[in-house]
Design a protein around this ligand. Sequence first.
Ligand SMILES: Cc1ncc(COP(=O)(O)O)c(C=O)c1O
Length: 220
Amino acid sequence: MTAILDEYLAKHPGSAQRFAEAVGLFPGGVTHDTRYAQPFPLYMTHGSGPRKWDVDGEEYIDYVSGHGALILGHSHPAVAAAVAEQVTRGTHLGASTDEEVRWAKAVMALVPSVERVRFHSSGTEATLMAMRLARAYTGKRKVMKLQDHFHGWHDYAMAGSDRPSPGIPEASFESMVIVPPATFDAGVEDALNRDPDIAAVILEPTGAHYGQLPSTFPSS
Ligand SMILES: Cc1ncc(COP(=O)(O)O)c(C=O)c1O
């Protein structure tokens, strides 16, 4: 363990230096919870396709891929060209556009079950709205979540998290039903049978924290 740590420290002096400055700027020194790392996170300069490079010149295969959003990799030429062209036509028109209509149609073509589209500026906002929508549609109050599964950092999503959650009212947690990993299979079914007030089940299909803790369903 010490050898791994020593190698990390030796290879990343540039990241260490930047993190020392960042702790005075950002809570936890990072701009997104998932970037928090011990003893410090890595600072990247650029990416191309499946690779990215840090401030110390190290090259990486990027399994993070923009938190899963970059299915075409970093700076795919078609994506880079489209962004560059669009940015010269206005940066925030504050109005409806042809592009949003084309985009929504593309989403609906890719996911045929989608009936209407609502764009959100973050996953946190999207899961908050999805829970609200499920409650409104069903008239039920609660949402079921699998323990440690990550759905952003709004008050409901933080229920059953492995992180401390000061500042979140107990009432938010009371409307969440948390199923622990060891009992996913029976636990989900059991909780749904026992509690008629559950509007929706939310989960990371690949397992908690992008599959870092794979979900095991005992009878499957
Ligand atoms: C499965 C899942 N849900 C929700 C979120 C939250 O998204 P955001 O960071 O855009 O708020 C993430 C972020 O990585 C995620 O992986």
